[in-house]
Ligand binder design. Sequence first.
Ligand code: PLP
Length: 391
Amino acid sequence: MNKIYLDNAATTPLSEEVIDAMVETMKVNFGNPSSTHSFGQEAKILIENVRRQIADYLHVTPAEIIFTSCGTESNNMIIKSCVEHLGVERIISSPMEHKCVSESILDMKNRKGVEVNYIRPNEKGDIDLAKLDELLKNSDKKTLVSLMHANNEIGNIVDIKKIAQICKENNALFHSDTVQTMAHMDLDFSDIPVDFASCSAHKFHGPKGIGFAFIRKATGLKGIITGGPQERSLRAGTENVAGISGLGKALELSLNNMEAYTQHMQNIKQYTINRIAEEIPGVKFNGRSSEADNSLYTVVSLLLPYKNPLIGLQLDMKGIAVSQGSACSSGASKPSMVMMMILSEVEMDHCTPLRVSFSHMTTEKDIDALVDALKEISKDFVIENTNVEHR
Ligand code: PLP
Protein backbone atom coordinates (compact mmCIF):
# COMPACT_ATOMS: atom_id res chain seq x y z
CA MET A 1 0.00 0.00 0.00
CA ASN A 2 1.28 3.45 -0.90
CA LYS A 3 1.28 5.31 2.40
CA ILE A 4 0.51 9.02 2.64
CA TYR A 5 1.66 11.19 5.49
CA LEU A 6 -0.51 14.22 6.27
CA ASP A 7 0.35 14.71 9.95
CA ASN A 8 3.27 17.13 9.69
CA ALA A 9 2.12 19.29 12.60
CA ALA A 10 2.76 16.24 14.82
CA THR A 11 6.18 15.60 13.34
CA THR A 12 7.97 15.78 9.99
CA PRO A 13 10.12 13.23 8.19
CA LEU A 14 13.86 13.86 8.45
CA SER A 15 15.54 15.38 5.40
CA GLU A 16 18.26 13.24 3.83
CA GLU A 17 20.72 16.09 4.31
CA VAL A 18 19.86 16.20 8.01
CA ILE A 19 20.50 12.47 8.39
CA ASP A 20 23.83 12.83 6.54
CA ALA A 21 24.88 15.75 8.75
CA MET A 22 24.01 13.83 11.90
CA VAL A 23 25.79 10.65 10.83
CA GLU A 24 28.88 12.68 9.97
CA THR A 25 28.72 14.41 13.37
CA MET A 26 28.32 11.12 15.21
CA LYS A 27 31.33 9.69 13.41
CA VAL A 28 33.61 12.70 13.58
CA ASN A 29 32.47 14.95 16.43
CA PHE A 30 32.08 12.40 19.19
CA GLY A 31 34.09 14.43 21.69
CA ASN A 32 32.49 15.81 24.82
CA PRO A 33 32.07 19.57 24.17
CA SER A 34 33.17 20.27 27.75
CA SER A 35 36.55 18.57 27.21
CA THR A 36 39.46 20.91 26.67
CA HIS A 37 41.26 18.68 24.14
CA SER A 38 40.75 19.03 20.40
CA PHE A 39 38.05 16.31 20.18
CA GLY A 40 35.94 18.23 22.69
CA GLN A 41 36.70 21.62 21.21
CA GLU A 42 35.68 20.54 17.71
CA ALA A 43 32.31 19.41 19.05
CA LYS A 44 32.04 22.69 20.96
CA ILE A 45 32.76 24.72 17.80
CA LEU A 46 30.01 22.83 15.97
CA ILE A 47 27.51 23.68 18.73
CA GLU A 48 28.51 27.35 18.79
CA ASN A 49 28.18 27.61 15.01
CA VAL A 50 24.60 26.33 15.16
CA ARG A 51 23.86 28.67 18.07
CA ARG A 52 25.14 31.59 16.00
CA GLN A 53 23.05 30.45 13.02
CA ILE A 54 19.88 30.42 15.16
CA ALA A 55 20.74 33.79 16.71
CA ASP A 56 21.17 35.30 13.24
CA TYR A 57 17.79 33.91 12.16
CA LEU A 58 16.04 35.43 15.20
CA HIS A 59 18.17 38.64 15.28
CA VAL A 60 19.27 38.01 18.88
CA THR A 61 22.60 37.23 20.53
CA PRO A 62 23.93 33.65 20.67
CA ALA A 63 23.95 33.83 24.47
CA GLU A 64 20.15 34.01 24.34
CA ILE A 65 19.81 30.57 22.73
CA ILE A 66 19.79 27.58 25.10
CA PHE A 67 19.70 24.07 23.64
CA THR A 68 17.18 21.71 25.25
CA SER A 69 15.79 18.28 24.44
CA CYS A 70 12.50 19.50 22.91
CA GLY A 71 9.71 22.06 22.83
CA THR A 72 8.18 20.56 25.96
CA GLU A 73 11.36 21.01 27.96
CA SER A 74 11.83 24.58 26.73
CA ASN A 75 8.30 25.57 27.71
CA ASN A 76 8.55 23.82 31.10
CA MET A 77 11.84 25.49 31.84
CA ILE A 78 10.63 28.97 30.96
CA ILE A 79 7.33 28.83 32.86
CA LYS A 80 8.70 27.09 35.95
CA SER A 81 11.81 29.19 36.18
CA CYS A 82 9.78 32.41 35.82
CA VAL A 83 7.93 31.39 38.98
CA GLU A 84 10.82 29.85 40.88
CA HIS A 85 13.52 32.38 40.03
CA LEU A 86 11.91 35.57 38.73
CA GLY A 87 9.17 35.94 41.33
CA VAL A 88 6.21 35.57 38.95
CA GLU A 89 3.01 35.40 41.04
CA ARG A 90 0.41 35.44 38.29
CA ILE A 91 0.18 33.83 34.83
CA ILE A 92 -2.20 34.90 32.09
CA SER A 93 -2.76 32.30 29.38
CA SER A 94 -5.49 30.74 27.26
CA PRO A 95 -7.14 27.29 27.29
CA MET A 96 -5.81 26.72 23.76
CA GLU A 97 -2.18 26.14 24.72
CA HIS A 98 -0.28 22.91 24.10
CA LYS A 99 -0.37 20.53 27.08
CA CYS A 100 3.28 21.16 27.90
CA VAL A 101 2.38 24.81 28.57
CA SER A 102 -1.00 24.30 30.23
CA GLU A 103 0.30 21.51 32.48
CA SER A 104 3.36 23.56 33.48
CA ILE A 105 1.07 26.44 34.41
CA LEU A 106 -1.22 24.12 36.37
CA ASP A 107 1.79 22.69 38.19
CA MET A 108 2.86 26.19 39.22
CA LYS A 109 -0.68 26.93 40.36
CA ASN A 110 -0.89 23.74 42.44
CA ARG A 111 2.60 23.68 43.89
CA LYS A 112 3.49 27.37 44.10
CA GLY A 113 0.10 29.00 44.53
CA VAL A 114 0.46 31.09 41.39
CA GLU A 115 -2.73 32.90 40.34
CA VAL A 116 -3.81 31.88 36.85
CA ASN A 117 -6.13 33.89 34.58
CA TYR A 118 -7.34 32.33 31.33
CA ILE A 119 -8.59 34.36 28.40
CA ARG A 120 -11.33 32.39 26.71
CA PRO A 121 -11.12 32.45 22.90
CA ASN A 122 -14.15 33.18 20.70
CA GLU A 123 -15.58 30.57 18.29
CA LYS A 124 -12.90 31.45 15.74
CA GLY A 125 -10.20 30.72 18.32
CA ASP A 126 -9.20 34.40 18.63
CA ILE A 127 -7.93 35.88 21.88
CA ASP A 128 -9.29 39.31 22.82
CA LEU A 129 -6.23 41.52 23.26
CA ALA A 130 -8.27 44.28 24.93
CA LYS A 131 -9.10 41.70 27.59
CA LEU A 132 -5.39 40.94 27.99
CA ASP A 133 -4.64 44.63 28.45
CA GLU A 134 -7.48 44.94 30.96
CA LEU A 135 -6.27 41.93 32.97
CA LEU A 136 -2.73 43.28 33.01
CA LYS A 137 -3.89 46.66 34.27
CA ASN A 138 -6.00 45.03 36.99
CA SER A 139 -3.20 43.77 39.21
CA ASP A 140 0.20 44.76 40.55
CA LYS A 141 1.35 41.15 40.85
CA LYS A 142 4.42 40.22 38.84
CA THR A 143 2.90 38.59 35.76
CA LEU A 144 3.94 36.23 32.99
CA VAL A 145 1.78 36.10 29.86
CA SER A 146 2.01 32.80 27.99
CA LEU A 147 0.26 32.74 24.60
CA MET A 148 1.28 30.51 21.73
CA HIS A 149 2.27 32.01 18.38
CA ALA A 150 0.35 29.44 16.33
CA ASN A 151 -2.09 26.83 17.49
CA ASN A 152 -1.08 23.27 16.60
CA GLU A 153 -4.67 21.99 16.25
CA ILE A 154 -6.42 24.69 14.22
CA GLY A 155 -3.44 26.70 12.90
CA ASN A 156 -4.52 30.16 14.16
CA ILE A 157 -1.63 32.63 14.30
CA VAL A 158 -1.72 35.50 16.81
CA ASP A 159 -0.21 38.96 16.43
CA ILE A 160 2.85 38.15 18.53
CA LYS A 161 4.29 41.65 18.17
CA LYS A 162 1.14 43.33 19.41
CA ILE A 163 0.89 40.96 22.38
CA ALA A 164 4.56 41.54 23.22
CA GLN A 165 4.00 45.31 23.09
CA ILE A 166 0.97 45.10 25.39
CA CYS A 167 3.04 43.04 27.84
CA LYS A 168 5.92 45.53 27.73
CA GLU A 169 3.59 48.49 28.27
CA ASN A 170 2.20 46.72 31.35
CA ASN A 171 5.54 45.54 32.68
CA ALA A 172 4.71 41.86 32.24
CA LEU A 173 6.97 39.09 31.00
CA PHE A 174 5.90 37.44 27.74
CA HIS A 175 6.46 33.82 26.71
CA SER A 176 5.28 32.50 23.36
CA ASP A 177 5.29 28.83 22.39
CA THR A 178 6.69 29.22 18.88
CA VAL A 179 7.11 25.49 18.20
CA GLN A 180 4.79 25.54 15.15
CA THR A 181 6.25 28.70 13.60
CA MET A 182 10.03 28.48 14.17
CA ALA A 183 11.80 27.85 10.85
CA HIS A 184 8.47 28.19 9.03
CA MET A 185 8.46 31.99 8.89
CA ASP A 186 10.72 34.97 9.43
CA LEU A 187 10.94 35.88 13.10
CA ASP A 188 12.78 39.02 14.13
CA PHE A 189 13.03 39.21 17.89
CA SER A 190 14.92 42.51 17.70
CA ASP A 191 11.60 43.94 16.54
CA ILE A 192 9.23 41.75 18.59
CA PRO A 193 9.81 42.33 22.32
CA VAL A 194 9.04 38.73 23.36
CA ASP A 195 11.02 37.55 26.41
CA PHE A 196 10.89 33.79 25.90
CA ALA A 197 10.18 31.43 23.00
CA SER A 198 10.59 27.75 22.19
CA CYS A 199 11.61 25.54 19.29
CA SER A 200 11.53 21.85 18.42
CA ALA A 201 13.61 20.56 15.49
CA HIS A 202 11.30 17.68 14.56
CA LYS A 203 8.65 20.15 13.39
CA PHE A 204 10.83 21.21 10.45
CA HIS A 205 12.46 18.00 9.24
CA GLY A 206 15.07 17.88 11.99
CA PRO A 207 15.53 15.11 14.56
CA LYS A 208 13.50 14.43 17.68
CA GLY A 209 15.16 15.01 21.02
CA ILE A 210 16.55 18.47 20.28
CA GLY A 211 15.15 21.97 20.54
CA PHE A 212 16.02 25.27 22.10
CA ALA A 213 14.66 28.00 24.30
CA PHE A 214 15.08 31.66 23.45
CA ILE A 215 15.67 33.48 26.73
CA ARG A 216 16.12 37.22 26.56
CA LYS A 217 19.23 38.00 28.53
CA ALA A 218 17.81 40.94 30.44
CA THR A 219 15.22 38.68 32.11
CA GLY A 220 17.90 36.86 34.11
CA LEU A 221 16.06 33.53 33.85
CA LYS A 222 17.86 30.57 35.45
CA GLY A 223 17.74 26.89 34.62
CA ILE A 224 15.80 24.13 36.33
CA ILE A 225 18.11 21.23 35.45
CA THR A 226 21.19 21.63 37.60
CA GLY A 227 24.58 19.98 37.23
CA GLY A 228 27.49 21.01 35.03
CA PRO A 229 28.02 24.45 33.51
CA GLN A 230 26.73 23.52 30.04
CA GLU A 231 24.55 26.05 28.22
CA ARG A 232 25.82 28.86 30.48
CA SER A 233 24.56 26.85 33.47
CA LEU A 234 20.99 27.25 32.26
CA ARG A 235 20.64 23.62 31.19
CA ALA A 236 23.10 21.15 32.65
CA GLY A 237 23.93 17.92 30.82
CA THR A 238 26.26 16.91 28.02
CA GLU A 239 24.93 18.42 24.82
CA ASN A 240 23.22 16.38 22.11
CA VAL A 241 25.87 17.26 19.53
CA ALA A 242 24.43 15.16 16.68
CA GLY A 243 20.96 16.54 17.42
CA ILE A 244 22.26 20.10 17.38
CA SER A 245 24.01 19.41 14.09
CA GLY A 246 20.71 18.02 12.68
CA LEU A 247 18.78 21.03 13.95
CA GLY A 248 21.31 23.34 12.29
CA LYS A 249 21.05 21.54 8.95
CA ALA A 250 17.22 21.47 9.12
CA LEU A 251 17.12 25.19 9.90
CA GLU A 252 19.55 25.95 7.06
CA LEU A 253 17.36 24.01 4.59
CA SER A 254 14.18 25.70 5.85
CA LEU A 255 15.64 29.19 5.61
CA ASN A 256 17.28 28.65 2.22
CA ASN A 257 14.02 27.33 0.76
CA MET A 258 11.52 29.33 2.77
CA GLU A 259 9.97 31.18 -0.15
CA ALA A 260 9.54 28.07 -2.29
CA TYR A 261 8.31 25.91 0.61
CA THR A 262 5.83 28.57 1.74
CA GLN A 263 4.45 28.98 -1.77
CA HIS A 264 4.15 25.23 -2.23
CA MET A 265 2.34 24.65 1.06
CA GLN A 266 0.03 27.65 0.56
CA ASN A 267 -0.97 26.16 -2.80
CA ILE A 268 -1.44 22.69 -1.31
CA LYS A 269 -3.52 24.11 1.54
CA GLN A 270 -5.79 26.01 -0.85
CA TYR A 271 -6.09 22.93 -3.07
CA THR A 272 -7.10 20.86 -0.01
CA ILE A 273 -9.69 23.41 1.09
CA ASN A 274 -11.19 23.67 -2.40
CA ARG A 275 -11.34 19.93 -3.01
CA ILE A 276 -12.78 19.08 0.39
CA ALA A 277 -15.36 21.89 0.24
CA GLU A 278 -16.43 20.61 -3.21
CA GLU A 279 -16.57 16.92 -2.37
CA ILE A 280 -17.74 16.71 1.24
CA PRO A 281 -21.11 18.49 1.57
CA GLY A 282 -21.62 20.24 4.89
CA VAL A 283 -17.93 20.32 5.83
CA LYS A 284 -16.68 23.31 7.83
CA PHE A 285 -13.22 24.60 8.62
CA ASN A 286 -12.26 25.23 12.23
CA GLY A 287 -10.87 28.50 13.58
CA ARG A 288 -9.09 30.58 10.94
CA SER A 289 -7.86 27.44 9.27
CA SER A 290 -9.41 28.15 5.85
CA GLU A 291 -7.95 31.66 5.70
CA ALA A 292 -4.72 32.44 3.91
CA ASP A 293 -3.72 35.01 6.55
CA ASN A 294 -3.65 34.51 10.32
CA SER A 295 -3.30 30.76 9.87
CA LEU A 296 -0.42 28.30 9.48
CA TYR A 297 0.11 27.24 5.86
CA THR A 298 0.95 23.81 7.24
CA VAL A 299 -2.48 23.10 8.82
CA VAL A 300 -6.11 22.69 7.78
CA SER A 301 -8.60 21.72 10.47
CA LEU A 302 -11.87 20.27 9.18
CA LEU A 303 -15.18 19.64 10.85
CA LEU A 304 -16.92 16.73 9.16
CA PRO A 305 -20.73 16.96 9.38
CA TYR A 306 -21.23 13.59 11.06
CA LYS A 307 -19.95 11.81 14.13
CA ASN A 308 -17.32 9.19 13.40
CA PRO A 309 -14.81 8.61 16.21
CA LEU A 310 -13.12 5.91 14.11
CA ILE A 311 -12.24 8.12 11.17
CA GLY A 312 -8.52 8.35 12.02
CA LEU A 313 -8.32 4.57 12.15
CA GLN A 314 -10.31 4.14 8.94
CA LEU A 315 -8.04 6.56 7.07
CA ASP A 316 -5.00 4.83 8.54
CA MET A 317 -6.28 1.51 7.20
CA LYS A 318 -6.40 3.16 3.79
CA GLY A 319 -2.76 4.21 4.27
CA ILE A 320 -3.44 7.87 5.09
CA ALA A 321 -2.10 9.41 8.29
CA VAL A 322 -3.87 12.48 9.67
CA SER A 323 -4.58 13.64 13.20
CA GLN A 324 -8.00 13.31 14.66
CA GLY A 325 -7.57 16.41 16.88
CA SER A 326 -10.68 14.93 18.24
CA ALA A 327 -13.66 16.40 20.03
CA CYS A 328 -14.02 12.94 21.55
CA SER A 329 -12.04 10.38 19.63
CA SER A 330 -12.62 7.32 21.77
CA GLY A 331 -13.90 6.30 25.16
CA ALA A 332 -10.35 6.50 26.44
CA SER A 333 -9.36 9.93 25.24
CA LYS A 334 -10.67 13.22 26.54
CA PRO A 335 -12.20 15.81 24.20
CA SER A 336 -9.65 18.29 22.93
CA MET A 337 -9.71 21.53 24.94
CA VAL A 338 -9.28 23.55 21.74
CA MET A 339 -12.35 21.95 20.15
CA MET A 340 -14.33 22.39 23.36
CA MET A 341 -13.52 26.10 23.24
CA ILE A 342 -14.45 26.78 19.62
CA LEU A 343 -17.25 24.34 18.78
CA SER A 344 -20.91 24.50 19.76
CA GLU A 345 -22.38 21.69 21.86
CA VAL A 346 -24.25 20.43 18.81
CA GLU A 347 -21.04 20.36 16.79
CA MET A 348 -19.24 18.54 19.61
CA ASP A 349 -21.99 15.93 19.70
CA HIS A 350 -22.63 15.51 15.98
CA CYS A 351 -19.40 16.33 14.11
CA THR A 352 -15.87 15.02 13.70
CA PRO A 353 -12.81 17.27 13.67
CA LEU A 354 -9.84 16.22 11.57
CA ARG A 355 -6.45 17.90 11.20
CA VAL A 356 -4.60 17.62 7.89
CA SER A 357 -1.08 19.01 7.98
CA PHE A 358 1.41 19.46 5.17
CA SER A 359 5.10 19.67 4.39
CA HIS A 360 6.95 20.80 1.28
CA MET A 361 6.88 17.11 0.25
CA THR A 362 3.06 16.93 0.15
CA THR A 363 1.60 16.62 -3.37
CA GLU A 364 -1.82 17.24 -4.93
CA LYS A 365 -1.94 13.49 -5.53
CA ASP A 366 -1.72 12.94 -1.76
CA ILE A 367 -4.66 15.29 -1.28
CA ASP A 368 -6.66 13.56 -4.04
CA ALA A 369 -6.16 10.25 -2.24
CA LEU A 370 -7.34 11.83 1.03
CA VAL A 371 -10.44 13.29 -0.64
CA ASP A 372 -11.28 9.93 -2.28
CA ALA A 373 -10.92 8.16 1.05
CA LEU A 374 -13.04 10.76 2.86
CA LYS A 375 -15.75 10.51 0.19
CA GLU A 376 -15.79 6.74 0.55
CA ILE A 377 -16.04 6.89 4.35
CA SER A 378 -18.61 9.73 4.32
CA LYS A 379 -21.02 7.69 2.15
CA ASP A 380 -22.07 5.69 5.21
CA PHE A 381 -23.05 8.73 7.28
CA VAL A 382 -26.04 11.02 7.35
CA ILE A 383 -25.08 14.68 7.27
CA GLU A 384 -26.21 16.46 10.38
CA ASN A 385 -27.56 20.01 10.41
CA THR A 386 -25.23 21.75 12.83
CA ASN A 387 -25.96 25.36 11.89
CA VAL A 388 -26.81 26.50 15.38
CA GLU A 389 -25.49 29.13 17.74
CA HIS A 390 -21.99 28.67 19.04
CA ARG A 391 -21.44 28.39 22.76
N1 PLP B 1 4.13 23.22 21.51
C1 PLP B 1 3.44 22.99 20.39
C2 PLP B 1 2.58 24.08 19.83
C3 PLP B 1 3.52 21.76 19.74
O1 PLP B 1 2.82 21.54 18.63
C4 PLP B 1 4.35 20.75 20.29
C5 PLP B 1 4.44 19.42 19.67
O2 PLP B 1 3.44 18.83 19.29
C6 PLP B 1 5.07 21.04 21.46
C7 PLP B 1 4.94 22.29 22.04
C8 PLP B 1 5.96 20.03 22.10
O3 PLP B 1 7.13 19.87 21.36
P1 PLP B 1 8.04 18.55 21.56
O4 PLP B 1 7.38 17.46 20.81
O5 PLP B 1 9.36 18.92 20.97
O6 PLP B 1 8.12 18.29 22.99
